[in-house]
Ligand binder design. Structure first.
Ligand code: ATP
Ligand code: MG
Length: 239
C-alpha cells in the first residue's frame, strides 16, 4: 500500500453526508509530511464535514482515505487517534465541567503510558495552562479554552492535527497567539490540516491550500499562489 513515504494523508474522491443526501461529492486532497495545508470555502461548502469524515466520524460512501500509508477508510475515530491523528473540532472541544488538567488527561485516555511527559510537552507549548490546571474549563477565557482544546489533541503527539476554525471567536491578540502556536506545533514535527474563516491569514502560513465549493474541489495551489489568484481573491477572500 505504501507507495509514497512523504505523503501523510491522501483523501481520494470521497463521498459522504449526514442523511441520504451527499454533502461531499468526491473530494480529493493530500498532505505531505511536515506541511501545513488550508481548506477554505464559503459557509456550508463542506469544510467541517470533510474534517469529520477524515477523522472517521462520518461513514464514507465512496472513495478512500490513506493515512501514513494505511487505508483508514471506515475505521473508527478511536483507532485513527491511536494511529497518530488529532482533531480539534469547530464545536466546543472540551468538557466544561472538568478542570483544564482533567481535560488534558482525557486527551491521553487511550494511552497506557505515563502521561507526565505528554503533559510537560503540552505545558511547554501552552505555559499558561500550568497554573490553570485546577480551574474548570468552562470558567477559563476563550483563548485559554482554545489552548485546552489544542492541548488535549496534542497529548498523544499526533503526526497529523486537524484544526477546524481554530481562531474563530477570539480577540485579535488571542488570534495571533493561535496562529503562532500552529506554526510552533508544525515546526516541532506535526503536519497540520486547518479550516479557517480567516482564510488570508491561514493561507499565509500554509504550504498549500484547497478551495471547496458545494462539496467539491474548486481550486488548489501553493498558499501564496492562492493568495494572488484573482478569482480566489474575488470569490473567497473578499477582494
Ligand atoms: N449534523 C448535520 N446534519 C445534517 N446536515 C448537516 C450537519 N452538519 C452540517 N450539515 C450540512 O452539511 C453542509 C456542509 O456543512 P459544513 O458544516 O461541512 O460546512 P462548512 O464549510 O464547515 O461551513 P462553515 O463555514 O459554516 O463552518 C451544510 O449544508 C450543512 O447544512
Ligand atoms: Mg465548518
Amino acid at each position: 500500500m505504501r507507495n509514497d513515504d512523504t505523503m501523510i494523508l491522501e483523501v481520494d474522491n470521497i463521498v459522504a453526508g449526514y442523511t441520504d443526501l451527499d454533502i461531499l461529492h468526491g473530494i480529493s486532497i493530500k498532505i505531505e509530511s511536515g506541511e501545513i495545508v488550508s481548506i477554505i470555502g464559503p459557509n456550508g461548502s463542506g469544510k467541517s464535514t470533510l474534517m469529520k469524515t477524515i477523522f472517521g466520524l462520518l461513514r464514507i460512501r465512496n472513495g478512500r482515505i490513506v493515512f501514513k500509508g494505511d487505508d483508514i477508510t471506515g475505521i473508527m475515530p478511536e483507532r485513527i487517534v491511536r494511529k497518530g491523528m488529532g482533531y480539534v473540532p469547530q464545536e466546543k472541544e472540551f468538557f466544561s465541567s472538568l478542570t483544564a488538567l482533567e481535560n488534558l488527561e482525557m486527551g491521553a485516555f487511550i494511552s497506557d503510558c505515563d502521561i507526565s511527559e505528554s503533559l510537560e510537552r503540552v505545558y511547554r507549548i501552552f505555559p499558561v495552562l500550568v497554573e490553570k490546571g485546577h480551574i474548570r474549563a468552562g470558567a477559563l477565557s476563550g483563548g485559554e479554552q482554545r489552548m485546552v482544546g489544542f492541548g488535549r489533541a496534542l497529548m498523544l503527539s499526533p503526526d497529523l492535527l486537524l484544526l477546524d476554525e481554530p481562531s474563530a471567536g477570539l480577540a485579535p491578540k488571542m488570534r495571533d497567539m493561535v496562529f503562532e502556536k500552529i506554526i510552533e506545533i508544525n515546526r516541532a514535527g506535526t503536519s497540520i490540516l486547518i479550516v479557517e474563516q480567516n482564510a488570508k491569514r491561514s493561507l499565509a502560513i500554509s504550504d498549500r491550500g484547497y478551495v471547496l465549493e458545494m462539496g467539491r474541489n474548486r481550486f488548489e495551489g501553493a498558499g501564496c499562489e492562492l493568495l494572488e489568484n484573482e478569482d480566489v481573491l474575488r470569490l473567497y477572500l473578499g477582494g
